[in-house]
Ligand binder design. Sequence first.
Ligand code: MSK
Length: 630
Amino acid sequence: MSQEPKTSKSRTIDKASEKMMDKATSEKVSTAWDRFEAVKVQCSYGVKGICCRHCMLGPCRINPNDESSRGICGADAETMASRGLLRSAAAGCAAHSDHGYDVAHTLLLAAKGELPNYKIKDTKKLMAIAKEYGIDTTGKSVNEIGVLVAETAISEFEKAHGGLRFLKRMPEKRLKLWEKLGIVPEGVNSEIVTSLHRTNMGMGSDYYDTFMNSLRVSIADGWGGAMIATELTDILFGTPKPIRSKVNLGVLSEDMVNVLVHGHEPLLSMMIVEASQDKEIVELAKKAGSKGVNIAGICCTANEILMREGIPVAGNFLQQELAIVTGAVEAMVVDVQCIMPSLPSVAACYHTKIISTSKKAKVRDAIHVQFEETKAYETAKDILKIAIDNFKNRDKNKVNIPSESMDIIAGFSSETLSYMQGGVYRASYNPLVENIKNGKIFGVVGIVGCSNCKVQQDFANVTLAKELIKNNVFVVNTGCAAIASAKAGLMVPEAMELAGPGLREVCEAIGCPPILHAGSCVDNSRILVACTEMIKHGLGTDYDELPIAGAALEWMSEKAITIGNYFVAQGALVVIGVPHMVTGAPKLKKLMYEDIEGITGGKFAVEADPYKACELILNHIAAKRKKLGI
Ligand code: MSK
């Protein structure tokens, strides 16, 4: 059956993306949308989660119309789908946690004085984490404490028993429930290893147990790997504070050397930002005929350097190829996660150099400049020199930078939010909680996750955010959903006009937009901390009592499975726009979307329509408010 290619307008609501898609089409450059449409029909077994290739008896698949259908080993649809889900959750946890481990290792070496380019920037947070870790800081220098904090964080990954230290942040009630359910993680790496073991041939076939363990490994991410990544990145580079910048492809410059940093880890990108101001680099750039070096980010690397340095964001996940299509990018420097293997082939149509930097993510047909923490600044300069040298190859006839760029205020960490509500001496969540209780703020919703060709880019995320604030719901954004909101002009004080009167009054008093940019994917841990603060300040006694919800209407990454899982384990409603690949397993589906609510208080709901998703969330929050008697 032939399928008409979709128009760029129907693929995205973002004007800049639309223009670049049209440019790509006219220049015969294939993008993710073209490849998605070329697939035409995606595997109907895969999409339902009812196929398995975990052993060489298979691959096997289940006949969805035959209840007695089994794989060769006897696995049914429930076993196959739940195993697939647990493996994905473990992979998501591994991604965030490996990121967190790298940050911890860098902090360790920096504190030992072995990395001349890195220094502890946020000593206040260092001391706070040292206290939480039970480290005796008496008479010790900042670096000595840094070593102890880093070593303790590293032990959180490596230990097999003992439980995660950050879990002590939670109210006892939730921890007790998790203990009863057997989903309290021991150590980060051991949980990932056990998850892979559990899903091996001949292991667990009980879909309930397998799903509950997918929650467990996800908790190891939220309260382990991701939280360590967030907290230790703050120690190394500073806890974010409100900062102004710009977002969308219009941040690229006609007359500067454009370098895009893309991926997730800030370790190299922070150095690239610093090196771009280096006298030698600036002079080289001028000598090459440009006005200097312009750094901008894609995906969560963008969020990391936006939050701390105010570096502009060029775009979210589905814009990585489109940024190259502008013809104005001298180099795209990639680290880990969310990097499309297609980048070198798109770049081959222009002059852009794709530079991979992580030994964990070598990209075929890219230039590889290995990142080593010991010579980070030098590496950053080497990369910038490649980009500068490439400026002469820019073909002016191929350059078309869309004019779209939008102001943004980012940098809302949990600490900042607390500070904004009371200043240095009276920092507190009390005003937020009081305004939730008095109804000026109806509830709080986290909109997180990616962009996905299966749905119109940015539409669901942006529409949901707008609908929620209209109904006095405070919105916290992370990841590519945050970039979507920013592009739509929702992260500036003017967005207050779109908020309901109660929310507007509170935001004006606090001095923040009604939609907050809280950071990257690992920074969803900041939302966990913020929810914990609400409870500590007298809003309910456990997370499932809170008038909150999560939404990931455009998700695509396994990391989003893990994030959704840990919020459901926490007791939150999580609305997703793209269903999990479990729909061929009716019992598992019922467990995830219905029965789990009676177990953890949270559940998943599928709703791609942002208006209906909003209604669902508002009803959920109303029910929670009623139960709380507010
Ligand atoms: S980058 S995981 S596409 S949010 Fe964190 Fe964006 Fe999703 Fe990657």
